[in-house]
Design a protein around this ligand. Structure first.
Ligand code: C2E
Ligand code: MG
Ligand code: MG
Ligand code: MG
Length: 286
């Protein structure tokens, strides 16, 4: 089997003797193929504005439909792509695709805001601000329509260069969101040095908002903290009406979650936004 030469024979043989390393190598080889052959796609999860009660933006989420394994979730390969040095190519692809999509939506009269996730390694790449600036101008997308999402972990990893990169992005007018807020270490120290524009409350605190009084205290406190520091606040993982109502009642700015919609392919997302406009014209609430 080992001498068979084809990638699948090799990974079958190796997987039998060492379930970890070869699995990773073959998955990363497949990821490079996917990048070469346009095998990745982005889905867009609606961001719901709790004041206007409208979807006014999307978070781009990476989807990989693997030829043999089927759907591979991002959590199953992003970390590996970071470790093996493939993440920068992935991020370049994600940024180019998301901004090309944003350009289409803007040209079709849908002035949507778009958010893209960056990884720890991206914040070690000094060329990133110039590359994003170039993509914005190629696609004629205003910088104010783009937000990059970074986790606390990403910022703590390589503080000096990460801070410099984020400042350069913010100077261009790009939004900076802290993703999964509340579950990282050293939660507050770094906020003083960063040009943050948004906090995204981790879904852990949001899922049970309708019933858990402790989660309500935590979420209300994060919303207050964010607002007092001048940030917008988004709650992730909204799964029921009770959570949505509570978030609106405490003045949270945006909500995201399965109760509003899962991430959708680009066309379905545009139809979702167009449908909501139809409802608005007809006077229905949502
Ligand atoms: P994230 O950025 O925090 O994205 C939110 C994740 O929660 C998404 O999972 C989304 O589908 C899921 N989600 C949204 N609403 C709900 C809900 O109501 N309930 C539940 N249970 N889940 C919900 P997904 O797409 O599997 O992505 C997982 C993570 O992978 C993301 O977390 C992000 O850290 C990473 N990721 C995704 N796309 C990219 C990318 O293009 N680049 C990088 N570097 N990371 C990415
Ligand atoms: Mg995110
Ligand atoms: Mg998150
Ligand atoms: Mg996450």
């Amino acid at each position: 089997f080992a001498a068979g030469g084809s990638a699948s024979a090799l990974s079958f043989y190796d997987a039998a003797t060492d379930p970890h390393r070869p699995e990773r190598l073959s998955l990363m080889g497949d990821l490079r193929d996917a990048l070469d052959r346009d095998g990745l796609s982005l889905h867009y999860q609606p961001k719901f504005d709790l004041v206007s009660q409208r979807v006014d933006g999307a978070e781009a989420l990476l989807r990989w439909n693997h030829p043999r394994r089927g759907w591979v979730p991002p959590d199953a390969f992003i970390g590996m792509a970071e470790d093996t040095g493939n993440i920068n190519r992935v991020t370049r692809w994600v940024l180019a695709s998301a901004l090309a999509q944003a350009q289409q939506w803007i040209e079709r009269g849908l002035p949507l805001h778009i958010a893209v996730n960056l990884s720890t390694r991206d914040l070690e790449d000094a060329d990133l601000p110039a590359r994003i600036g170039g993509l914005l101008s190629i696609h004629r997308v205003p910088a104010s329509c783009l937000t990059v999402e970074v986790t606390e972990r990403a910022v703590i990893g390589e503080p000096d260069i990460a801070v410099r990169i984020l400042r350069q992005l913010a100077e261009q007018g790009i939004g900076i969101a802290i993703d999964d807020f509340g579950v990282g270490q050293s939660t507050f120290a770094y906020l003083r040095h960063l040009p943050v524009s948004e906090l995204k409350i981790d879904q852990m605190f949001v899922k049970h908002l309708a019933t858990d009084p402790n989660d309500r205290v935590i979420v209300r406190s994060i919303v207050d903290l964010g607002h007092q520091l001048g940030y917008r606040v988004t709650a992730e993982g909204v799964e029921d009406q009770g959570a949505l109502d509570y978030l609106a009642s405490i003045g949270c700015d945006h909500a995201q979650g399965y109760f509003i919609s899962r991430a959708l392919p680009a066309e379905a997302f545009a139809a979702f936004v167009a449908g909501q406009r139809g409802h608005a014209a007809a006077g229905a609430p949502r």
